[in-house]
Design a protein around this ligand. Sequence first.
Ligand SMILES: C[S@@+](CC[C@H](N)C(=O)[O-])C[C@H]1O[C@@H](n2cnc3c(N)ncnc32)[C@H](O)[C@@H]1O
Length: 173
Amino acid sequence: MNAAALRETLRFCEPHLAGARRVLDVGAGRGELVQALRGRGYEAIGVDKDEGTDFLDFAGGPFAPAGVLIADEFDVDAPDEATARYWLRIKGREGDALREWRHHHAHHGVLASGRAMREAIAARFTLREERTAPYLYRYLPDEVDDDRVFLEETRLIAAGSLRPVGLRLLASR
Ligand SMILES: C[S@@+](CC[C@H](N)C(=O)[O-])C[C@H]1O[C@@H](n2cnc3c(N)ncnc32)[C@H](O)[C@@H]1O
């Protein structure tokens, strides 16, 4: 997760964490959000199948009660052709964008599909909040610390030119 993404994710999360001590980040990736939340005093834990823990097998561990679950993900089914083209441009390429998008994200697991993610979380927790969000700016290299693509993506979504690819679910027990 690049610095712009971490800043924006914290801006989104923190109002929802008022009163919570424990935070569970599912699909935590490399754990940047977990580290940042720990630095702010939360007992944050992250699970990610690429790091050896499948959320579907995760019983909750020390998470409960008074915990908030965050899934800060994308929805693989969200992009249309224009949105996929914008994604490829961020990566510095052109091509058959929607096909590449689907191919690139085909094996990203249950947390990559909005529908599957919603079902898997709702079966284990109580869903509290669902929000779409810009996401494609996160494909900028980690060393690029620049909010301009985030702001442009936000504007293009508001104008109806791009679909929002980010999907955030908040839940509790
Ligand atoms: C789109 S990435 C988001 C990573 C991170 N939240 C971020 O925004 O940088 C989705 C993550 O969910 C993880 N994932 C998918 N299915 C999972 C599952 N069943 N259990 C745990 N992690 C899963 C993938 O390994 C991947 O790291």
